[in-house]
Ligand binder design. Structure first.
Ligand SMILES: Nc1ncnc2c1ncn2[C@@H]1O[C@H](COP(=O)(O)OP(=O)(O)OP(=O)(O)O)[C@@H](O)[C@H]1O
Ligand SMILES: [Mg+2]
Length: 265
């Protein structure tokens, strides 16, 4: 196993609130790593700092050997770290194919003049993006909507489209912010299957999610935050039975927590 993403002593405060208070963890190449914790424990701030949507006060964020802390979100995306958002962001009035073409164009090296004059470089990039788009849309199970406007998709399907868009530039890692929040419970399995399939194809994921059952089913490694600090980490099975996690994270007795994890978390 090699560390693809290494977070060292990450810190971020807001007016005296230590939102992230010295967090360190590693995401292994090819893994699905989960980041969980109660409300306000610092999950969103952590991934915002990693992806460049917030500026950390201190710490290192090393992606494939390069410290990317302090770079802009766009630079970090170009370096190979893409993220999706809790509230889904797609172009509702554009077909899926255009949503994906736009996602590809943000990071290809064709200039406006290449595009204007339809240079060979532009045509080559567009053809490669089209192939990639078809492959991804098939993988996330939306092939039959390829030419339909994104607006007709269900909420869960839009999340899958956003995932496909994040994968368009072939990132090294995708950070998913609550991928199943607001998704119909019967569809959560579909998202799980898609992520597992993508992971089997070599994709690496860091997932923030409230749904503990989803995280437990999917993740190889789980990090638990509490009050801006790492409370525990380990395999899903180890986290599941860690008394500190049950008490501090779930705030309940082991029996109650067990029932909660088995049901809808
Ligand atoms: N922009 C901000 N300004 C001030 N305080 C903030 C800001 N963003 C986050 N915080 C505070 O930082 C702490 C961590 O918040 P964060 O949103 O990272 O938690 P979270 O684990 O993502 O919570 P949730 O599960 O509710 O999404 C909280 O106390 C929160 O109130
Ligand atoms: Mg959050």
């Amino acid at each position: 196993m090699t560390a693809l993403l290494e977070i060292r002593d990450l810190r971020k405060s807001f007016a005296g609130v230590h939102a992230v208070d010295g967090v360190s963890f590693t995401v292994e190449q090819g893994s699905i790593t989960g980041l969980i914790g109660p409300n306000g424990s610092g999950k969103s701030t952590t991934i915002d700092c990693i992806a460049g949507f917030q500026k950390a006060d201190g710490g290192r964020v090393v992606l494939a050997g390069t410290d990317i802390a302090g770079r802009s979100a766009h630079q970090i995306a170009r370096a190979g770290l893409m993220r999706t958002f809790q509230t889904v962001r797609v172009y509702e009035n554009l077909p899926l194919r255009d949503n994906l073409a736009i996602a590809a164009q943000q990071f290809d090296d064709a200039t406006w003049s290449d595009e204007l004059f339809r240079t060979r470089r532009y045509r080559r990039a567009a053809a490669a993006a089209e192939t990639r788009a078809r492959e991804l849309i098939e993988l996330v199970g939306l092939a039959r909507y390829y030419d339909a406007d994104a607006g007709i998709l269900s909420y869960g399907q839009k999340k899958l489209l956003a995932l496909a868009a994040a994968l368009m530039p072939r990132p090294r890692i995708v950070v998913l912010d609550e991928p199943v929040a607001g998704v119909n419970p019967t569809r959560i399995r579909d998202v799980e299957d898609v992520l597992r399939k993508l992971n089997a194809g070599g994709e690496t994921f860091l997932i923030v999610e409230h749904n503990v059952e989803f995280i437990t089913n999917l993740c190889h490694h789980v990090i638990v935050l509490d009050q801006g600090r790492k409370l525990a980490e380990g395999t899903a099975a180890a986290i599941h039975t860690d008394p500190r996690v049950l008490e501090a994270y779930l705030g309940m007795t082991p029996e109650m927590a067990e029932a909660e994890m088995r049901g809808a978390a």
